[in-house]
Design a protein around this ligand. Structure first.
Ligand code: SF4
Ligand code: SF4
Length: 244
């Protein structure tokens, strides 16, 4: 899920003042931001009070079913059309993708109420960890399911670096070195290291990303194996053969 953090309130207030907004509609998100306790109903109501304390009028609020879902957000906005129409601006408590979905659906200024932090795992309630940076060229097959790009602070594909000490990371000293963990897990699984991991194809990360499962299926590109399950188009939308 996308982990979001509260955005500095002074910045939100300044955004609204910049466009002369007096009335504001607030949209939260019923998925990630609700789980992260940043854009669910309690946080939207807190934002409402904060806005009112700062002299704004809140014309209405809603928790979008899934803020990054274009069709769903269009329906959510339609249900609150009058309140949205009455507002001078919309404040969105969702990730950046959600903010853009709302901005596509209304003809008035839309501002982010949160910072998008990372793609995270839910470790336990209210505790999230970054495990993947969506690099588009995954090496987990070589690293026993531990991502070095994300969990090694230097993003080293091969390690450990010279700073590792007693199995601990030299940067995040309270954590185990990602590469020690990788090696240990590979040994435990009887796999061992299979040589040096070559430099990654970072062009696979080039954006804007786009996957169209409908056209891929029609053209037969998404018909086989993992490609069919995960989308065969690479981030950036360019055909695979054009990457290098
Ligand atoms: S190697 Fe890339 S895609 Fe795989 S987990 Fe790490 S960041 Fe994510
Ligand atoms: S000690 Fe390990 S995890 Fe830390 S920066 Fe070096 S290689 Fe990466």
């Amino acid at each position: 899920m996308i982990i979001t953090k509260p955005r500095e309130w002074a910045r939100i207030r300044a955004n609204l003042h910049e466009v002369g907004a007096k009335k504001v509609f607030i949209m939260g998100c019923g998925e990630c931001a609700t789980v992260a306790h940043t854009g669910g109903e309690p946080e939207v109501l807190k934002a409402k009070i904060a806005l009112e304390n700062d002299g704004f009028v809140v014309s209405g609020w809603a928790i979008g079913t899934v803020a990054c879902h274009s069709g769903g957000i269009r329906l959510d906005l339609r249900k609150h059309q009058g309140e949205v129409d009455a507002a001078d601006a919309v404040l969105v408590l969702a990730c950046g993708a959600g903010v853009q979905t709302v901005a596509d659906g209304v003809r008035k200024p839309v501002f982010p109420g949160l910072e998008s932090a990372f793609l995270g795992n839910v470790v336990r309630h209210g505790v999230f960890e970054e495990r993947c940076q969506m690099c588009g060229d995954c090496v987990l097959d070589r690293t026993a399911g531990i991502c070095p790009v994300t969990t090694c602070p230097k993003g080293l594909l091969n390690g450990p670096c010279g700073g590792m000490w007693n199995g601990k990371c030299e940067v995040l000293t309270d954590r185990e070195c990602a590469h020690v963990r990788i090696r240990q897990r590979l040994i435990d699984q009887g796999r061992g290291m299979k040589g040096v991991i070559p430099p990654k194809d970072y062009s696979a990360k080039r954006g804007p990303g786009s996957v169209n499962m409908r056209t891929d299926r029609k053209s037969g590109k998404g018909d086989t194996g993992a490609g069919a399950a995960s989308g065969s188009a690479k981030p950036g939308g360019a055909p695979e053969k054009d990457r290098g």
